[in-house]
Design a protein around this ligand. Structure first.
Ligand code: PEP
Length: 255
């Protein structure tokens, strides 16, 4: 059965010493949970996050798709794997928007993360004009299919999809629970067409976009929303703790 995942994307926040304080505050604030709590700190705080141990599953916010070579400034999967990183965010809209990530690089990274035995958290999302024009369903299906090109039926249960409408990221505007559920259900249906219905049921699909303590329960109540990718609110221990508690309240534990 797919897992419920509450994942904090710290983005380019927290120096190593600040990260140490935040990790300790999170450990002190988070309620006990059977769900998966993941943190995605900047590269320089990954070792500390791994050392912090339970309850954190630690992921990186990006990676290169080659194992090594002349790619100045990049970080490879063997490097991440060796320090205990277990997941990688792939294709976050900020990377697509500011750093030229394309569906093609997202696919290469997805395949590389799976080859390395890590979990790719693949972000897809539509822009506001795409939502308003009604083209969002086709855009999202296109992004999903492109990201998963070459991913086998055996591999797909290890993939996590994050539906992150671009218009909701960091804006304080959240998709309504119905809007988010409509898309997550559609993505699961698409996974069923690409693979099969059983495999589609094994893939965790997260919602991301201004999730916070106030709206988490209504989003997490939805059948096809298996957790959240949380930016701003994940840097506030009390707020992140409330989101984990909301998941405890509305989602049955899945092992
Ligand atoms: C994100 O960074 O993936 C995100 C959803 O950010 P925020 O929660 O701040 O909108």
């Amino acid at each position: 059965m797919r897992r419920i995942i509450l994942a904090g994307n710290w983005k380019m926040n927290q120096t190593p010493s600040q990260a140490q304080v935040l990790l300790e505050e999170l450990k002190n604030s988070l309620p006990a949970t059977k769900h998966t709590v993941a943190v995605f700190p900047p590269y320089l705080a990954l070792t500390q996050a791994v050392a912090a141990g339970e309850p954190f599953l630690v992921g990186a916010q990006n990676c290169h798709f080659e194992d090594k070579g002349a790619f100045t400034g990049e970080i490879s999967l063997p490097m991440l794997s060796e320090i205990g990183v277990k997941a990688v965010i792939v294709g976050h809209s900020e990377r697509r928007q500011y750093f030229g990530e394309t569906d093609e690089t997202v696919n290469k990274k997805t395949l590389a993360v799976l080859r390395a035995g890590l979990i790719p958290v693949i972000c897809i999302g539509e822009t506001l004009p795409q939502r308003e024009s009604g083209a969002y369903a086709e855009v999202l299906k296109g992004q999903l299919c492109a990201a998963l090109s070459g991913v086998s039926a055996q591999q797909v249960p290890y993939v996590v999809i994050a539906y992150e409408p671009v218009w909701a990221i960091g804006t304080g505007v959240t998709a309504s629970a119905q809007q988010a559920e409509e898309v997550c259900a559609m993505l699961r249906e698409q996974l069923g067409l690409l693979y099969d219905a059983d495999r589609a049921l094994q893939v965790s699909i997260l919602y991301g976009g201004s999730m916070n303590a106030g709206n988490a329960a209504s989003l997490l109540e939805m059948e096809n929303i298996d957790g959240g990718l949380i930016g701003g609110a994940s840097l506030k221990p009390a707020e992140f703790a409330a989101i984990v508690q909301a998941a405890n309240d509305v989602k049955e534990a899945r092992v």
